[in-house]
Design a protein around this ligand. Sequence first.
Ligand code: FES
Length: 173
Amino acid sequence: MLAMPIMMGMDIFMGTAEIRFIIKQLGGRNAPLLQVLLAVQDAAPQRYLSEEAVNEIARLLEISRCRVYSTASFYSEISLEPRGIHLIRVCTNAPCENAGKQEIQEAIERELGITVGQTTTDGLFTLESVNCLGACFMSPAIKVDDTLYGNLTTESVVSVLDSFRKEQCHGCK
Ligand code: FES
């Protein structure tokens, strides 16, 4: 990930200067589109590509907005909607499916009161599905932000969610 100052938790548009910086770091006008999209998304406060960001990327790379949108829409890793502070990805590939992924997903959905593709009303979690996390040896697996959790049970996955809630609430009282 590129080293860039980011303002966590604020729903603001990433400025042209930040996007230009990312594109320059990735090779300028010929930078690979997918890498640009992922880097801009990673640096955005709510880890998504806003309409303004899409427009800037298209302008700076001198390609059509349509191409930017179609690439962004193709990859499940890229979101065109604001995400929560923590991104939960549930693996839906066969090894995890066979190891009880459905129960894990339902436990998360019950605990958070959302379904796949949604964000909790407090903006803390977004739940998404992904094809494989590269952690098939510890199915069923999920990823929260950059951390993998495997061999999950319906109880242990709730503990994982609790640990993120506690971390967020650290110093609340
Ligand atoms: S199948 Fe689930 S991590 Fe690969």
